[in-house]
Design a protein around this ligand. Sequence first.
Ligand code: ZN
Length: 465
Amino acid sequence: MNSTEFEHIISQTPTIGSEMYQLMVDLYPICRSITGNGVRESLEIISKHIPLEIHEVPTGTKVFDWTIPKEWNIRDAYVISPSGEKIIDFKKLNLHVVNYSIPINKKISLQELKNHLHTRPDNPDVIPYVTSYYEEAWGFCLSYNEYVKLTDGEYHVVIDSSLENGSLTYGEYFLGGKTDEEILLTCYICHPSMCNDNLSGVVLLTMLAKYLSKTQKFYSIRFLFIPETIGAITWLSLNENKLHKIKHGLVATWVGNADTLTYKKTRQGNAEIDKVVLKILKNSNSQYNILDFFPWGSDERQFCSPAFDLPVGSLTRSLYDRANIFPEYHTSADNLELVKKESLNDSFSTYLSIIYALEQNNRKTNTKVSNENKIITNSKKGPFYLNLNPKCEPHLSKRGLYNKFGATKETPEEMIDKFALLWLLNLSDGKHSLSDIANRSGLEIRILKKAANYLLKCGLLKILE
Ligand code: ZN
């Protein structure tokens, strides 16, 4: 991309922002999940803007430690109250049904029903987003204000869904450049009706792809529209032979709300992409946040798993570290009003500037950037552990190491334990001792040891002598 091409695209940003917003409006109503027709329908809409290659990976396919699950599809879901009123209705908002619910059609008491209801008492107006991907369960989500109004009696619950052999669907778009070295840009397309998380990322990448396709590029650019976690694992597992070509990468998520831009560095911490993003943010004259890598969040955790350690960071508009997530996260309040056109415009021009800067860098210096991790000085003090499943995260929930329902609130203790597991898995590469992991994560040795014992018992870790 030369400077004229770059300036030309930047000058069109207001129009591109409207295009992004309109695409979000089109995608918003669709009930997506990690598999199923909602994803296909969404990819079809995106295909009107860019020629996506659609991949279908059959149920049962082994992808590292994971297996492609059964395909989920849903037609309708509701609850009828004792007085005959439809009180919870999937057709009004798809967040009302627990994503991946098994089919059900029966009459039950209020007490039994309550075992299957999810609310957010701390935020009583919103409907939470809850999933049950790898546990056959069913449930409904409603606002806490509606929940407390429920009276005793018989309720009729209906979920007209299916969970059958099928496939996992994802979209890919490859833009060839002068070299076959690649910039990887990824987003996830598995969330139902929510906008910042992550239709904002989807529409941003669609428009970047559309406008970059009209330029002459030095790098090749690969765009992925994948279901989060399982999609990234699937893509990595099917494309291991291409990974050495990835020189820079970004996971695009949460790029539409009015918060300040936040960059989460790569696991390497000093990759060229880290330096370029920092420079662009510094020169932007706007506020921004920089976070060191941590092994939770979105798909960067798979791309940055110890066996791959790819230079993939994440540029978002929300500071998310531990429990600090934007307040509307995973609820019905993450809607079309939360996302601002100005924020989408700003995210678009920042991403474009990063790609332009990477291209310019390459023209100027063409020097290889060292991938050596200079952030930490490793101590000699043991013990050292080795992650026996270093390609992507292991499937923790099948070993009972994750809570059953994704995205429900965990207690602070549960969160610390989860973070300890993830840090251990991410840094147990034989180079980091337990005290290095404690230093980098800020977690106490005692907590890390407890987590290490779990992982040893599960056969996911071994001690290096
Ligand atoms: Zn999410």
